[in-house]
Ligand binder design. Structure first.
Ligand code: 13P
Length: 253
């Protein structure tokens, strides 16, 4: 499917000071293959988005994303950050439904639906995360779980509304563990996700959708994972904090 966009996104999670973050950006700029057609997105913590945007100026095409947004539009929600605020600092992407948010912050499908709505209203491209836990893979409910995660949120929207959607399959057992999904496991699930999307929407939409793999994806294994027919790139945690590794991953197609 040559027309699908190749994407590598770095999820920095809750790491780094501002000076570390700017140094990491400089390292990425220095190491990035300028001829690569892969879309590069970095998702720093909220306070660093605007400084990084200013630091980058028009130097290279590095896109900025947030790791979360509020399900509310605005108002008395202490500590929350709205999609509108993100858009106002030229942040163009937002991760929604990361397993750490689902697990540690008890984010429900209803909340994720609202978050997606807020993102779309503000022209942010959502990177919507799905993925099963280890016990679910062991008891072979992983396909049902992932299908439900997709269905319970995405069917509240039209295909047109979701035109900028990016999906990320992140098996929870692979996140931060050093145990990535095998190429067979990744391809099998990505193909299943694409089939599910084609059933919920249309085949055209499913075929044009970028589905990223995340979970211990690194400079060593990215090439074989990205070679899978239905894997269109990666959502990278730990390895996105090392400029050289992240740039190697960006060049791993
Ligand atoms: P790791 O790459 O550190 O396993 O994290 C993956 C992830 O959660 C990206 O969102």
């Amino acid at each position: 499917m040559g027309f699908r966009r190749k994407i590598v996104a770095g999820n920095w999670k809750m790491n780094n000071s501002l000076s570390d973050a700017l140094a990491l950006v400089d390292g990425i700029v220095a190491n990035l293959d300028k001829h690569s057609t892969t879309k590069v997105i970095i998702c720093p913590p909220f306070p660093f988005i605007s400084p990084i945007k200013q630091h980058l100026k028009d130097l290279v095409k590095i896109n900025l994303g947030a790791q979360n947004c509020s399900e509310h539009i605005a108002g008395a929600y202490t500590g929350e950050v709205s999609a509108q605020m993100l858009a106002s600092v030229n942040c163009n992407y937002v991760i929604i439904g990361h397993s750490e948010r689902r697990t540690y912050f008890n984010e429900t499908n209803e909340q994720l639906t609202q978050k997606l709505k807020r993102a779309l209203e503000n022209n942010l491209s959502p990177i919507f995360c799905i993925g099963e836990k280890i016990e679910q893979r062991k008891n072979e409910t992983h396909f049902t779980i992932v299908k439900d995660q997709l269905k319970n949120v995405l069917t509240h929207f039209s295909e047109k509304e979701l035109k900028n959607l990016i999906l990320a399959y992140e098996p929870v057992w692979a996140i931060g563990t050093g145990v990535n999904a095998t190429t067979a496991q990744a391809q099998e699930m990505h193909a299943f996700i694409r089939k599910t999307i084609s059933e919920l929407f249309t085949t055209d939409f499913a075929n044009g959708l970028s589905i990223l793999y995340g979970g211990s994806c690194n400079a060593q294994n990215a090439k074989e994972l990205f070679a899978c027919a239905d894997v269109d790139g990666g959502l990278i945690g730990g390895a996105s904090l090392k400029a050289a590794d992240f740039c190697t991953i960006v060049s791993s197609f």
